[in-house]
Design a protein around this ligand. Structure first.
Ligand code: HEM
Length: 416
């Protein structure tokens, strides 16, 4: 990322679906959104390019194999979900933003390989505070604060993370890998996560300690904000639609495949990253922008591309879970990216696409659909006395607070 802080000579933008997709697939364009955030993003998977990216991605991809994702969704995640939801149910209320962050922090820590020995809400909260600081560092380009000041805070957060969470997690995995070598445990008993995979592969692909720290810190961010925000959006969009079409709200409660469609429609309309930024690695041709070179910044407008009427029809701006999406196009649009950097968490969060024959018992619906269903199952309703608030701290249209009530069983318990 040596060209990182060099300001581009010019910025070009493409905003149609076909052009934005071609931009994501263009191998002459490298990731550029996190150049200012090198303090935490330098040389992590998302910012690597070319052969080093390919090699690390191949290694990390092993954690996202379909059989494991299905197992995680069906066997491991339900317990994490119930555990996180229980205190909110007992209180009869929840701020969905807070709930979303807590549950997804645990989810991404599981995948990254960050142990939480206490498994307490306080421990999750302290990890979350660190991850929010990492994200502030990653998105420094949008910051209105003093950049050097933020960088110093991020460095300090990385130190705390290293000492409190990462080193103990590394030690446990090294012990497990030694036990595997000694034949005292089996392959199936190894922790199944990115950290363990990277430690196991270090002779093949060595990572300096600081880079390993950034890589794991990146994973914690990669999944948590996007999943938490997408969950709140998905529930909100469905509730609003359900006021007009109560039969669809009921169907979403009864039919997981339909609920998954609702989630995909919401993901399409509200991509976690509304734009992707790229820099050419050499003089290149970009569809919709013409010739570009290393001094240019290419902005791929994913938000606009996902609402392209030539793909998603004349009502592309509206939420409609019955939308017919043309063959070969994603119902979630470009929200998970495409090409070399396509999101490794796509199937985990969004489930697998609904096409051809599928078995409802083994179909992967995705974590977001599972979260929304759990909230619906527990009767979540918007708290009329406390309307949802938009997040004022970001230009991205996210919810800052989304209070819901869980009337019924648990509320009665409170009054006992
Ligand atoms: C709603 C949820 C999510 C959304 C919308 C999302 C979106 C994205 C997008 C757009 C990219 C590509 C960025 C680019 O090309 O510039 C990406 C990359 C990535 N995502 Fe996600 N993501 C989500 C959840 C997750 C989760 C849960 C994980 C991990 C557990 C994850 C791991 C990654 C990784 C590792 C990459 C980098 C891949 C690479 O550079 O090769 N994401 N994500």
């Amino acid at each position: 990322m040596s060209a990182s802080s060099v300001e581009p000579r010019r910025t070009v933008e493409v905003a149609t679906y076909v052009e934005a997709r071609a931009g994501l697939l263009n191998r002459n364009l490298r990731q550029a959104l996190y150049d200012e955030g090198a303090v935490v993003m330098e040389d992590v998977l998302l910012t690597l390019h070319g052969p080093p990216h390919r090699a690390r991605r191949a290694m990390e991809h092993r954690i996202f194999r379909r059989d494991f994702l299905r197992y995680y969704e069906q066997e491991l995640f339900p317990a994490v979900l119930e555990e996180t939801l229980r205190p909110f149910l007992e209180a009869g209320q929840a701020d969905l933003v807070q709930f979303g962050y807590q549950v997804t922090m645990n989810l991404t820590a599981d995948f990254a390989g960050v142990d939480r020995p206490e498994k307490s809400p306080e421990e999750t909260a302290s990890l979350l505070a660190l991850v929010k600081k990492f994200s502030e560092g990653a998105t420094l380009v949008h910051s209105t604060r003093d950049r050097e000041g933020v960088r110093a805070e991020v460095r300090a957060a990385l130190e705390v993370f290293d000492e409190q969470f990462l080193q103990p997690s590394i030690a446990r995995r090294r012990k497990a890998l030694a036990a595997l070598d000694a034949g005292t445990i089996t392959e199936a008993e190894l922790p199944r996560d990115i950290l363990c995979e990277l430690l196991r592969g270090e002779s093949e692909l060595p990572l300096e300690p600081e880079l390993l720290r950034r890589e794991i810190a990146f994973y914690l961010q990669a999944g948590s904000h996007s999943t938490a925000n997408a969950t709140v959006h998905a529930l909100h969009d469905l509730m609003v639609w359900g006021e007009l079409y109560p039969e669809d709200l009921q169907r979403a409660k009864d039919d997981m495949l339909f609920l998954q469609r609702c989630v995909h429609e919401s993901l399409r309309l509200r991509p976690a990253s509304p734009v992707a930024w790229r820099r050419p690695v050499c003089p290149a041709e970009v569809d919709g922008a013409g010739p570009v070179d290393e001094d240019d910044r290419v902005v791929l407008n994913l938000h606009a591309a996902n609402r392209d009427q030539s793909i998603y029809g004349p009502t592309a701006d509206d939420y409609d879970p019955h939308r017919q999406v043309p063959e070969g196009r994603e119902p979630w649009g470009l929200t998970f990216g495409v090409g070399i950097h396509i999101c490794l968490g796509r199937d985990l969060d969004g489930g697998t696409a609904q096409k051809g024959r599928y078995d409802p018992a083994t179909h992967q619906y995705g974590i977001i659909a599972l979260l929304v269903r759990a909230l619906l199952d527990h009767g979540a309703v918007v708290d009329a006395a406390n309307p949802p608030q938009e997040d004022e701290t970001t230009e991205r249209r996210n919810w800052g607070a989304y209070p819901v009530l869980f009337p019924g069983r648990y509320t009665k318990k409170r009054g006992e």
